[in-house]
Design a protein around this ligand. Sequence first.
Ligand code: GAR
Length: 197
Amino acid sequence: MEKPFNVVILGSGRGSNAEAVLAAQRAGRLGQARVAGILCDQPGARMLELGPRFGVPAVYLDPAPFKTKLEGAAEQRYIAQIRAWQADLVVLAGFMRVLKTAFLEAFAGRIINLHPSLLPAFPGLDAIGQALAARVAVTGCTVHEVTAQVDAGRILRQTQVLIAPGDTVESLAAKVHAAEHELLPAVIAELSQRGRK
Ligand code: GAR
């Protein structure tokens, strides 16, 4: 049997995008890809409940001692687990930490990130709030390759979302998330067909 295209998802919170990927897999819409495991840096995160629900390993891995980056012993723990799951692709879906050199080199060319704006517009934190504050008419979401420069790697695909005059952070976030839930599984399916990256 052909080896599956193993995807490992990293996140920090709700996990609605990880759930969308798992649901796409269940529905046969993830190409050759299958989720080999989920890693989370927050012990009580809702994302971890996806493990038993979908029958995949979902593990909290201690990210200490840093608050906003993954480096040193924690970085090595993450690398070891992702290697143990034989990842062909590492997907950052709401993973709120900056990745450093050892991690980027371990999975070079095989890490993608989901971001809630049309990059290069509104990189960094609170991209949805930034778009509202800038009073733009259109925002969206982006899947891009991860490089050492945050939110700046090659863009793989984007979806536009229109901002209505009465939109709040909550209403706009709901629209962006709905677009993300379509975009991310579609990109993973496409990468899995293109062969082992
Ligand atoms: C998503 O909107 C994703 O684009 C964003 O975090 C959310 C995670 O939601 N990522 C970033 O802002 C990265 N800079 P989820 O946990 O429900 O999938």
